[in-house]
Design a binder for this molecule. Structure first.
Ligand code: THG
Length: 367
């Protein structure tokens, strides 16, 4: 394949030097920033992630910072999840919707204090939407992208590695909560979260200068834990049902279609811009929804365009992410399936580039 040209528009990260030294073999572009996709091979990276501990350059999970007296009000305007009970030190996975109830992003909201929030975004230009809302409604809030780059530490040995660098107190961080820890004289927010089901942390690295010192400290401390550079792994994230904005959903989908209804409290999320639209569509219920799908046969090629799901000669959905799973010895996939065919156990066919394959709609993801 041809190479992608590097330029200032395609941003490096504070950890790119370390990522390159670790032998990164592939990148994707996410929020106009480099995101590693493979180090050894997708399968080798997958087995290592499930057995040891990896350090992930997920700087591309950019932060939209809200600062000022109207920060909490603005945050609630963006999401149908009720934020009234959310305390400083908590993280919430929040659907962000537009005035039609369409998904604009599915970030993690980080509440630093009543008047200071980070929105840790997926791959869409959320900063522009948030700036537009803040200015259009004349809110008393500053909206910008700070010099904050998340560094993931994921895998079963993540607690042990992190305790060596930050002290045993990191073990006390609960899921989707964060606390502050010192590194070289800086206070960093560290959350128990991350884009894998293997457990771990995300360090919100504030100040690019400490990026490589922190990267090096983690690798120096973890040699005997077999720590490696890693990245979000396609196979593991499909097994775990972690959605990818732009792949598994777009602004054409409501949170309910994405299976994110459990993160919506549309009735009580007063002020949410998409509230009326969502109340209308939620009354009927979605007519298509994201489902785990097992695809029969040999390993499928990469899913770089939606693959039609067909039954009885009609299109009943599409597969948007797919991969061979070594641990489950089947092709695991995420698809959007119409109501008529979303019952667990329903047999369908998928039009892959390698031809028509049988497939089964499932109830639950694999992990
Ligand atoms: N961490 C941070 N920022 C991010 C991501 C992240 N920004 C981009 C992208 N990932 C946003 N999308 C997701 C998708 C899933 C989850 C987090 C962010 C996630 N979901 C869990 C699940 O579905 O099992 C837990 C959700 C919950 O119970 O609250 O973690 O990964 N900082």
């Amino acid at each position: 394949m041809a190479q992608i040209a590097l330029s200032r528009r395609l941003r490096r990260t504070p950890f790119s030097d370390g990522v390159e030294a670790a032998g990164v073999k592939g990148y994707t572009v996410y929020n106009r920033m480099l995101l590693p996709t493979v180090f050894e091979s997708a399968e080798a990276d997958y087995h290592h992630l499930k057995s040891h501990v990896q350090v992930w350059d997920v700087s591309c999970e950019r932060q939209v910072e809200l600062r000022g007296p109207d920060a909490a009000r603005l945050m609630q305007m963006l999401t149908p999840r009720d934020l009234r009970g959310m305390l400083p030190g908590q993280c919430y996975y929040v659907p962000i919707v537009d005035e039609t109830g369409g998904m604009l992003n599915d970030p993690v909201a980080v509440k630093l204090s009543e008047d200071r929030w980070w929105i840790s975004i997926a791959d869409s230009d959320l900063l522009l939407w948030v700036k537009g809302i803040a200015n259009g409604y004349r809110l008393d809030v500053l909206v910008d992208e700070p010099d904050v780059s998340p560094l993931g530490v994921q895998g079963p040995k993540a607690d042990d590695l992190m305790a060596r660098v930050f002290g045993d107190r990191v073990r006390d961080i609960r899921f989707f909560k964060f606390d502050k820890f010192e590194f070289e004289g800086r206070e960093l927010a560290i959350a128990r979260s991350g884009y894998s089901k293997q457990g771990g942390f995300e360090i919100y690295v504030e100040g690019s200068e400490i990026g490589m010192p922190l990267w090096n400290a983690l690798f120096a401390a973890g040699e005997d834990l077999q720590v490696r550079a890693g990245c979000p792994n396609l196979i593991e994230r499909i097994e775990g049902g972690l959605l990818s904005y732009g792949n598994d959903m777009t602004d054409d989908n409501t949170p309910h279609e994405c299976g994110l209804g459990k993160f919506c409290n549309t009735h009580t999320a007063i002020g949410c811009i998409g509230r009326d639209a969502l109340l209308r569509v939620a009354k009927e219920g979605p007519v298509q929804q994201i489902r785990p799908i097992a695809i029969d046969g040999d390993p499928v090629p990469p899913c770089d365009r939606p693959w039609p799901i067909v039954a009885g000669g009609k299109k009943v959905g599409q597969v948007t992410s797919a991969s061979w799973s070594p641990d489950f010895s089947t092709n695991v996939a995420i698809g959007m399936v119409k109501l008529s065919h979303w019952e667990p156990g329903t047999r369908v066919e998928v039009e892959t580039p390698d031809g028509l394959r049988g497939a089964t709609v499932r109830d639950t993801f694999w992990i």
